[in-house]
Each structure stands twice: as structure tokens, then as C-alpha cells.
Write a protein that binds this ligand. Structure first.
Ligand SMILES: [Mn+2]
Length: 243
């Protein structure tokens, strides 16, 4: 049997709002991350959020690729700013956990795909910054929090010529879903912008020299079952992780 690459998926914290345990903490990922990895031939492995770095290092030794999943806003403390009025909910424990996973996975040369919060984790961990809310960016900015069907693509993105992303997707423009109110501001030094919306908002970055460190601001996992282009991202990660 062919070796199947193990893809670690970072997890988030869900606090029950109702049910029989209001306020109860659950560690979770949305099922579509798991399904997207499975559909691409990988073995998904959820990495429970924790401050236990020894346990996280051990977990990292078990994976061939890493997905940094979506969720909370990154705390602006991490990039030297004070919280603005429109900052969303933050989770400092998850910031520590995601930064640790990212740094250690990079050290190990593990291919990394950051999704939504994941691209923001990569950029801020590497010295970049964020607009804490879309309203802080000047000029006409599109609706990036579409607020309806995750499977529906809304705005278009232009893919940078000769970028890794373009090689993976094989095209220069495509349409994506959009569920973010924060956007990248200053791009980390070792990274190139590999996709932008037509309003200038950064929608993807990639590490200039690492084989596979890519972040996308949209949610490919929510559309990988209906859009072959979105599936290509997961297939590329699984293929790279299998090397
Ligand atoms: Mn967007």
C-alpha cells in the first residue's frame, strides 16, 4: 500500500453557548478540513490546542504536512499594536499554540498551508502586521465577510505570475469565498504576495525560499467538494508532504 501522508490540522476552541453544558470548552476543527485531506489521499490528524510544548513537539514528529486552520482573530499584541474597537474575539492560548506549531513545523521543513486565520498566523509570526478590521484600510474595499453559503464563491482574486500558487492552480484568476474581517497589512520580509483581490486586499502569500509555506485568506476547505481548483491546494499539500 502506498504511504499516505499524515496532515496535522491545528484546532480551535469552541465554548458551548447552550446545550446541557453552557460554557463548556471543546477543542475542534470543522469537518470540511478533515474531509478535504481525506479526499486528497492524506491522513488527517487533529492536533489538540495546548500549552504543552513537549506534547506538541511529539505530535509534530508524527506529521508530514500541516494545516493552520481558521478561527479567532490574532491578538494585536503579537505585532506590537493595541486592540482597536473592531477587533474580534481573540484567544491568546491559541496564538501561542499556533505560533509554536508554525515555528517548529518550519524548522522541520514540513509543508505548511495556512487558511484564513492561518495566513494571519504565518504573517504575524514572521514579523508582518494586520489591519484589525477591513474598515481600517483606505479606499474602496469589497465585502470580504460574505455572510452566506460557504460553498459560494464571491470575489475574484488575481494570482501572481510564476508564483507557487499559480503553478498549483494553473491559472491567473479565480473566484473564492470570503469570510474575514481582518486583512494583511505589512507583509513579512521573507514572503511574497501571491494573490490579491481587485481592491488590493492580500489574499495569499508564500515563502520565497521554503518549498511549501503558503497562506490563503479564503476557505478552500469549504469549497473543495464543489470546486476542483480548491481541491488542488490540498492535493498539492498532500503530494509535497508525501515526498
Ligand atoms: Mn476576501
Amino acid at each position: 500500500m502506498k504511504k499516505r501522508a499524515v496532515i496535522g490540522i491545528s484546532t480551535g476552541l469552541l465554548v458551548d453557548s447552550g446545550g446541557i453544558f453552557p460554557g463548556y470548552h471543546r477543542i475542534y476543527v470543522n469537518r470540511d478540513y478533515v474531509d478535504s485531506v481525506l479526499a486528497s489521499g492524506g491522513v488527517p490528524l487533529m492536533l489538540p490546542m495546548s500549552d504543552d510544548q513537549e506534547a506538541l513537539e511529539k505530535a509534530l514528529s508524527l506529521i508530514d504536512g500541516l494545516i493552520l486552520s481558521g478561527g479567532h482573530d490574532v491578538s494585536p499584541i503579537n505585532y506590537g499594536e493595541e486592540p482597536h474597537q473592531k477587533l474580534g474575539e481573540i484567544c491568546p492560548e491559541r496564538d501561542r499554540y499556533d505560533y509554536f506549531l508554525y515555528r517548529k513545523a518550519k524548522e522541520r521543513g514540513i509543508p505548511i498551508l495556512g487558511i484564513c486565520r492561518g495566513i494571519q498566523v504565518i504573517n504575524t509570526c514572521e514579523g508582518g502586521t494586520l489591519y484589525q478590521d477591513l474598515s481600517e484600510k483606505s479606499g474602496d474595499v469589497y465585502k470580504h465577510m460574505q455572510g452566506h453559503s460557504p460553498k459560494t464563491a464571491t470575489h475574484s482574486v488575481g494570482i501572481a505570475k510564476d508564483s507557487r500558487l499559480q503553478k498549483i492552480l494553473g491559472k491567473e484568476e479565480l473566484r473564492v469565498n470570503s469570510f474575514h474581517h481582518q486583512i494583511l497589512k505589512d507583509i513579512a520580509a521573507d514572503f511574497d504576495v501571491s494573490a490579491r483581490a481587485k481592491d488590493g486586499v492580500v489574499e495569499a502569500i508564500e515563502h520565497r525560499s521554503a518549498d511549501f509555506i503558503i497562506g490563503v485568506q479564503w476557505h478552500p476547505e469549504m469549497r473543495s467538494m464543489v470546486d476542483p481548483d480548491m481541491k488542488k491546494l490540498f492535493q498539492a499539500l498532500v503530494t509535497e508532504a508525501g515526498r
